[in-house]
Design a protein around this ligand. Structure first.
Ligand code: SF4
Ligand code: FES
Length: 220
């Protein structure tokens, strides 16, 4: 198989082959250690003339992959533009190890930082002593949910609701502190947007703070 004219391994997915060659391709809902979810479509490539999601298309049987053709770059840009409408401004705080992925993808595809005309989720849950969750940065990629379920086998969080009411939650009316969350940090490590992020531990007061906003309950 050739990827952008270079010989690539035919084991695993097309995304595996692309990344093995050191070619950067956004893959916002695909965690390195977990099976593909196929939710975000930011990994689109051309494979033998068809546009496919690289993360869950097997490399076997494919002859030629193009990651940067005009056609597929334009499609990815539009997918990213739509994605950018799902969240608010980039949080002005440090995130987990992968939390800059979405902003890098915007830059690589020539998208200016979006104007954020809509912000449909604006809750905050900082009840965990170790991390906090800011809904306005969430794109509902599902990586946190998959990490919790399939890496840690805990299943503390899920995506509830549909369309504009869909949101990541540790349970109806629950906070992370009141859920079965063990604060293992897998969700924080998986999040590509800063929505789930470590609390700044240099501030002990912050680390112990318990508050939740945006769901009707008060800071405390
Ligand atoms: S919190 Fe992060 S990892 Fe979870 S769905 Fe939202 S953007 Fe994806
Ligand atoms: S990374 Fe392939 S669909 Fe999200």
């Amino acid at each position: 198989m050739k990827v952008d004219g270079r010989t690539a391994p035919e084991t695993g997915s097309i995304l595996d082959a692309v990344l093995a060659l050191g070619i950067h391709l956004p893959h916002l809902c695909k965690d390195d250690n977990l099976p593909p979810i196929g939710a975000c479509r930011t990994c689109l490539v051309e494979a033998d003339g068809r546009v496919v999601a690289a993360c869950h298309t097997p490399a076997a049987g494919v002859s030629e992959v193009l990651t940067a053709s005009e056609r597929v770059a334009r499609l990815r840009r539009e997918v990213l533009r739509l994605t950018s409408r799902m969240h608010g401004r980039e949080p002005d705080v440090a995130g987990g190890p992968r939390s800059g992925e979405i902003w890098a993808a915007y830059e690589e595809h020539g998208l200016e930082r979006p104007a954020f005309p809509r912000r449909i989720r604006d809750g905050t849950d900082a009840t965990s002593p170790f991390f906090e969750f800011e809904e306005q940065a969430c794109i509902l990629c599902g990586r946190c949910v998959t990490a919790c379920q399939q890496l840690q086998h805990i299943g503390a969080i899920g995506i509830a609701g549909t369309a504009t009411s869909a949101r990541v939650t540790p349970g109806a009316g629950a906070t992370f502190a009141s859920s079965i969350c063990t604060a293992c940090g897998s969700c924080v490590a998986a999040c590509p947007t800063h929505a789930l992020r470590p609390k700044p531990m240099s501030d002990p007061a912050q680390a112990g703070r318990s508050r939740r906003r945006g769901n009707g309950t008060e800071d405390r």
